[in-house]
Write a new protein. Structure first.
Length: 458
């Protein structure tokens, strides 16, 4: 290098041109053609990393303007937003939910609403109140028909008692037993009749939180469960109860028979001959006596009671009119039940029988839900039709145990209960093959098109 030319001095860290972006101005700071540069910004503590790496501090004024690497001063959320793909949206959560609601509206589900916990509690309270109002109205109606329902429930017991030659009467050993039994029957009848209404209110509360493919499972299982419950009640009343009661009543009357002595009557003594009638005579006279073979009762007609005299005395009827009134007035009929000779007198209590019958109805309704349980287990992948087919004998043993638990301790009732349960088991296998989960849920494309996080409206 010639001696007359000045040797360029390398810029120092504190030089005024250190922060300039022009390389020529940094190399030749004394050149007259170089425009003056603003003073360099002081090195901040957070810029020390750039200084240590040899990068000019002026480039560190913005958040990582020279590189795609995240800056240590940025929070994690800002780094995620800056490095997000172009097709991702930066809309807030409310806008995302609005887009999902719009998509749900286009799918035909109606407008959606994001409900808070308080809104859910208000909706639940509304549904509970509606369900209770429906049950209350049915309860008052059941009070009117309560005696009819009570007679309908004790009718199988009376028929079994008459078939064994016993009086068809039931006992009430407590002063309030009949009344509280009547209230219990009215309450149970109102709940049983209003159960579909309760399920409807529950469905109105749950349905908005389910997708369309999830609602298909519920709308298939609920009607099936109701039908199976009705079938179980009819099967219990018309098939199981007559057989069960006949077995127990017959066993109770024959387990300890009584033998009466036989001897010739004394001379001049003849047994009293009482007519045996299948029904009461239409116009019995006072003093008539007969045996009603249908009711198993000895019945006696008495004179009708004399009417209570009033404050204003009525004119005395003539003897002919008095005879006509006495002849046309319906007499009072007293009766006493008769039964065959037995060491054990069977007299069922009405409260115990109603409780037993309601317990049996509940147990049969639960046992008849076998297809519903099998379908649920099959849809979630616990069992398959092939598994159920291979383990038929094991299922038959389990059904026998269930039948023994929910029926009275007699083999006939157990066998009668096993037959429909096994039929329901085979029906469950057939239903699981016919309606797998994929078929009930619908098309996969339809499920994928549902907006994420926004169930369909009910």
């Amino acid at each position: 290098m010639p001696p007359d030319e000045p040797t360029p001095k390398p810029p120092s860290q504190g030089d005024a041109h250190a922060g300039s972006d022009d390389p020529a101005a940094q190399a030749y700071p004394g050149s007259p053609d170089t425009p003056p540069t603003p003073p360099a910004e002081p090195v901040r503590p957070e810029d020390r990393r750039g200084v240590m790496d040899g990068r000019p501090p002026s480039l560190l004024a913005g958040p990582s303007a020279y590189t795609d690497e995240p800056d240590i001063r940025e929070p994690v959320a800002a780094i995620d937003r800056r490095h997000r793909k172009p097709d991702e949206s930066d809309e807030p959560r409310a806008m995302v939910k609005k887009t999902r609601r719009d998509a749900s509206d286009r799918a035909g589900n109606g407008p959606q609403k994001v409900m808070s916990l308080g809104d859910h509690l208000d909706e639940l309270r509304t549904r509970v109140i509606h369900a209770l109002w429906g049950i209350a109205l049915l309860f008052f109606g059941s009070l009117y028909f309560g005696p009819t329902v009570l007679n309908w429930l004790i009718k199988p017991v009376q028929a079994a008692l008459r078939a064994e030659g016993l009086p068809a009467t039931m006992l009430a050993t407590g002063m309030f037993e009949t009344f509280f039994t009547y209230l219990k029957i009215s309450t149970v009848a109102s709940v049983a009749l209003g159960f579909p209404w309760i399920l409807w209110q529950l469905w109105k509360f749950v349905a908005p939180g389910l997708y369309r493919h999830e609602r298909r499972f519920v709308t298939m299982l609920l009607p099936m469960s109701l039908v199976l419950t009705i079938v179980s009640s009819l099967f219990l009343y018309f098939i199981v109860l007559p057989v069960m009661l006949h077995f127990f009543v017959h066993f109770g009357t024959t387990v300890s028979p009584t033998q009466a002595a036989v001897a010739e009557p004394p001379a001049g003594v003849a047994p009293l001959n009482i007519p045996i009638l299948a029904a009461d005579p239409p116009t019995p006279k006072p003093g008539d006596i007969w045996f009603n073979s249908e009711l198993k009762e000895l019945r006696l007609a008495f004179t009708a009671p004399t009417p209570t005299p009033t404050a204003t005395p009525s004119p005395m009827p003539s003897p002919a009119d008095a005879a006509t009134i006495a002849a046309t007035a319906a007499p009072l009929i007293y009766s006493t039940p008769l039964s065959t000779s037995s060491g054990i007198v069977l007299q069922p209590k009405i409260r115990e029988w109603v409780d037993t019958l309601l317990g049996l109805a509940l147990a049969f309704a639960a046992g008849f839900q076998l297809p519903v349980v099998v379908l649920l287990l099959g849809w979630i992948g616990v069992v398959t039709p092939a598994f159920l087919t291979n383990y038929r004998l094991h299922a038959l043993f389990v059904i026998a145990v269930i039948a023994a638990l929910i029926t009275p301790p007699d083999p006939i009732s157990m066998l009668i209960m096993m037959a429909p349960l096994y039929v329901l088991y085979e029906f469950s296998i057939w239903m699981l093959r016919l309606f797998p989960a994929s078929r009930v849920a619908g098309d996969t494309d339809e499920r994928n098109s549902e907006p994420d996080g926004e169930p369909s409206a009910g």
